[in-house]
Design a protein. Structure first.
Length: 154
């Protein structure tokens, strides 16, 4: 894939693009993608999506977490995308806030995460809620997020 120029918000070069897809019922969902540098530059970091919290043992709350990390700054930056139910539930909201920055999920939503040497631009390309699973609009049935990773100037 040929790299295109980075958007105005990001001063770096596009390194990779991925699609993370969650389907209800995948209780161990944790999708990670390795980000390599340009030819011969090797490992730069990872990005991906996983489940941040399960509502109970029967239905998975696919409260999605995004993370990006850099090989030179070995820490993880996380944004937790929350359901409408989690947004309106103070106890659940507080518990999820301990995992990272909170952002209510919405279709076509774009958000960014920045680490020391990498920036992630994420777009929620689809989100649907499961019918009849716990509280209304609490459990995700399907979530797809397009991830684009950029190199930042060191």
């Amino acid at each position: 894939m040929k790299c295109r120029p980075a958007p105005p918000w990001c001063p770096g070069k596009r390194l990779a693009e991925f699609d993370a897809v969650y389907h209800q019922g995948d209780t161990d969902y944790d999708e990670a993608f390795v980000v390599d540098g340009e030819a011969g530059a090797g490992y730069r970091g990872e990005c991906g999506m996983g489940i941040a919290s399960a509502l109970d043992s029967d239905s998975t709350q696919a409260t999605c977490s995004k993370y990006g990390s850099s090989i030179r700054a070995t820490f993880t930056v996380t944004t937790v995308l929350i359901s409408d139910h989690a947004q309106g539930n103070p106890a659940l909201h507080e518990r999820l806030a301990e995992k990272g920055d909170i952002l209510p999920i919405a279709p076509n939503q774009i958000f960014t995460i920045q680490a020391k040497t990498l920036a992630l631009k994420a777009e929620v390309t689809s989100v649907t809620y499961a019918e009849g699973a716990g509280e209304p609009r609490s459990v995700f049935e399907y979530v797809t997020i397009h991830l684009t990773v950029y190199a930042l100037e060191a």
